[in-house]
Design a protein around this ligand. Structure first.
Ligand code: FAD
Length: 505
């Protein structure tokens, strides 16, 4: 055995790096195995949406990332149809346009500072599980083979996931679009808008800036459908760009060009025993709507604290299974949403083309899509199922509530969430539940009329009450803390943790 970690994460893409950082913040010993020996500057995603920025804010990373990119307050779909993001109820009422390598860099720096071991040039070939743990077969850069063992493993190894195949899980779905061309180019003339996007009868074009005078072009030409390995000529991209946008902006000097196809697929189970799937390993769809990386980062935010709670021995029953139960429906909605957007964009049937024309030229001229669309695109409306009869806030995103000034000078909920714990938000004077202080931080709401709310480490409401009578409220709170945060520390004394860790010594 080469080494032991409590959690092995396969893949140092955005999903794996976010998860590893969260585990390390929670005191879990975590190693990331990454097949590529070198870091890469190839980038795919450009759009970081508001909910993802909130999650990065809850890790103290959002401001650094925002400084690397451009803020776009409205997303153009086609024609005049735009999704207005500027009125979203968040600190980040925009989509941040920044190359994926910037997101990966801030996540990797954080993970390294927190003590994650990132092993590059380590390709996972297969795995076995037993009652106590998981064993991964690894081939290192120099060709040697080895085995790494952990209590849990997570496949964040992208769309061709080896972990998913080793679990013998199907990846049902269909091919969404063929022969999409990608190119990194210089432009003679900068486009007026940060993101330039349009679709016409014959294809679509998307142009985004890297921020250093290089631009990424994504183009699709209905008239030229070639296999992925067919070479790409810049002239093909210039030609479809002129047809769709009316100009090719003097595109020249491509430094990289490629052709790819995109599928829409989702794995039916995000967990098999001690192994989990997250990010593109679990769901994949076309780049329409720019959701893939965002969804993967949110998978990681959902899974990290649950794995940590289990390893620390206080996770209530069913907490680990709630990862699949909560994230599978979100993944399914994202796959369906990007499918709908892609179908509208590529519309060919007279009825769909007419609907698209109406949206682009008539609806888009007089009205924006309703707020529900901007909330969905930004991730702000993502919510998890709550039990029947629970408070209306249960399962919903906790907004970044303003706090009464505390000792540490934190003024917003998302600053307190940086500790990685649950946060109990209550009006001044409410009773303090001392037994859970190792996993629950307390903050006092600036607005004393708001309900008492228990916020999960991933920024969703676990439980809330409008009850103000101290005795009933405190009894309900105690039940909620036991349900969500396990038995108080005095009951467990870390016993399970000691047991879990001993098994592997
Ligand atoms: C053209 C294009 C544009 C896109 N634009 C957007 C956008 O604007 N917004 C957005 O949110 N998403 C976008 N996406 C999707 C986004 O890029 C992906 O969803 C995201 O990269 C997924 O992250 P991940 O960490 O899950 O997987 P990946 O980024 O694929 O990372 C997986 C990692 O695992 C490693 N790995 C693989 N196999 C093994 C193995 N056996 N052993 C060890 N390591 C392994 C890989 O080397 C890789 O580093 C776009 C995608 C494309 C193709």
């Amino acid at each position: 055995m080469d080494s032991f970690a409590e959690v092995l994460v396969v893949g140092a893409g955005p999903t794996g790096l976010m998860l590893a950082g969260d585990l390390a913040r929670a005191g879990v010993n975590c190693t990331v195995l990454e097949r590529r020996a070198e870091e890469t500057n190839l980038t795919r995603a450009f759009a970081v949406h508001a909910r993802t920025l909130e999650m990065l804010d809850a890790r103290g990373l959002a401001d650094d990332l925002v400084a690397t990119g451009a803020r776009v307050g409205a997303l153009r779909l086609f024609g005049r149809l735009e999704v207005d993001l500027s009125r979203l109820p968040t600190r980040f009422p925009y989509v941040l346009v920044t190359p994926q390598y910037n997101t990966e860099r801030v996540l990797e720096e954080r993970a390294s500072v927190l003590g994650v071991r990132i092993v590059r040039g380590a390709e996972v070939l297969g795995l076995r599980q037993d009652a106590d743990g998981v064993e991964l077969d690894v081939r290192y850069e120099d060709g040697t083979l080895g085995t790494q063992r952990a209590i849990y493993a997570v496949g964040a190894d992208g769309v061709r996931s080896t972990v998913r195949r080793a679990l013998a899980l199907p990846f049902p779905g269909h091919s969404a679009i063929q022969s999409v061309m990608l190119a990194d180019v210089r432009l003679g003339e900068a486009p007026e808008e940060v993101l330039t996007v349009n679709a016409a009868r014959d294809g679509f074009v998307f142009i985004a800036p890297f921020g250093d005078r290089w631009y990424r072009v994504i183009a699709w030409d209905r008239r030229r459908q070639l296999p992925d390995d067919a070479s790409v000529e810049l002239e093909e991209i210039r030609e479809i760009t002129r047809r769709v946008l009316g100009t090719d902006y003097g595109m020249h000097d491509p430094r990289w060009m490629s052709r790819f196809h995109s599928d829409e697929r989702q794995v039916p189970q995000y967990r098999v025993g001690r192994v989990f799937l997250a990010g593109d390993a679990a769901h994949v769809h076309s780049p329409a709507g720019g959701q893939g990386m965002n969804t993967g980062l949110q998978d990681a935010a959902n899974l990290g604290w649950k794995l940590a709670a289990t390893i620390h021995g206080w996770a209530p029953d069913g907490l680990l299974d709630s990862y699949h139960n909560e994230r599978y429906p979100v993944g399914r909605a994202v796959v369906r949403g990007s499918d709908t957007l892609l179908r509208l964009t590529l519309a060919q049937s007279p009825a769909t083309r007419a609907a698209r024309w109406l949206l682009a030229n008539v609806v888009g001229r007089f009205a924006s899509p309703p707020a529900v669309v901007s909330r969905a695109v930004s991730g702000i409306s993502i919510a998890y199922a709550a039990r029947r009869g629970e408070h209306r806030l249960a399962g919903r995103r906790a907004p970044d509530a303003r706090l009464a000034p505390g000792k540490a000078g934190e003024t917003r909920l998302y600053e307190v969430l940086r500790g990685g714990n649950f946060v109990l938000l209550s009006p001044a004077g409410a009773a303090i539940e001392r037994e859970w202080t190792d996993r629950v931080d307390r903050a006092t709401l600036a607005d004393a009329t708001l309900p008492t709310v228990l916020v999960r480490p991933d920024g969703y409401v676990a439980w809330a009450t409008d009850e103000t009578a101290p005795a009933s409220r405190d009894a309900a709170l105690r039940a909620a803390l036991t349900r969500w945060c396990g038995h108080p520390a005095s009951d467990t004394k870390g016993g399970n943790l000691v047991q879990l860790r001993r098994t592997h010594e």
